[in-house]
Design a binder for this molecule. Structure first.
Ligand SMILES: [Zn+2]
Ligand SMILES: [Zn+2]
Length: 185
């Protein structure tokens, strides 16, 4: 069962890699006059950034995020990611500084690419509960806040109490008592 799943995943990844390679050649021809040497292509199943290029090796390696593009799309969004990473490759091939420089941003704008890094939003990791009204609030970071509704009613300065779950676990599976966040991270 597990092997079949892994096999399907592999099959899908080779289809995606083929699509990426084809789009690379198309963009290279149309937007870069074929100037960019072909990099290695890779996929990551965990990367939060849309993609990156690994330099300092014989051939640069362009790695694209599977979860990012599963969420935002393998068409226009993929093209946006590729254009951005290809400008890094272009500058590297020209022996120019290839970070997010002024020149980098200008080239990105010229070809209609993003001039900044895109990433999946960070998951909510902290759940707080108002001790009075029991409303819950989700945050990506730890906070020190009071429940606005209760405090507005001047009932009590309801400082939210931390409960934690690690997304994507549903709240129903929360541990029975609150756990100090620091013990988990
Ligand atoms: Zn970049
Ligand atoms: Zn409240």
């Amino acid at each position: 069962m597990q092997e079949a799943g892994a096999g399907m995943e592999k099959g899908r990844e080779s289809i995606l890699l083929e699509r990426i390679r084809r789009l690379f050649f198309e963009l290279n021809r149309h937007s870069f006059l074929g100037e960019i040497p072909e990099p290695e292509f890779g996929l990551s199943r965990r990367l939060r950034l849309s993609g990156y290029v690994q330099f300092g090796r014989r051939r640069p390696r362009m790695v694209l995020s599977v979860p990012y593009h599963d969420r935002f799309g393998w068409d226009g969004e993929l093209e946006g990611t590729l254009k951005h990473e290809m400008v890094h490759l272009l500058l590297h091939a020209r022996n120019r500084p290839f970070g997010h420089t002024r020149e980098f941003r200008r080239l990105c704008r010229q070809i209609g690419g993003r001039d900044y890094s895109q990433a999946l939003p960070r998951p909510f990791r902290y759940v707080y509960e108002c001790p009075r009204c029991r409303r819950t609030f989700r945050y990506r970071r730890r906070v020190k806040l009071a429940c606005a509704a209760c405090t507005r009613d001047r009932i009590w300065p309801c400082v939210l109490r931390l409960k934690v779950w690690l997304s994507p676990k549903p709240p129903g599976r929360m541990p029975p008592r609150a756990v100090a966040a620091d013990s988990l991270f």
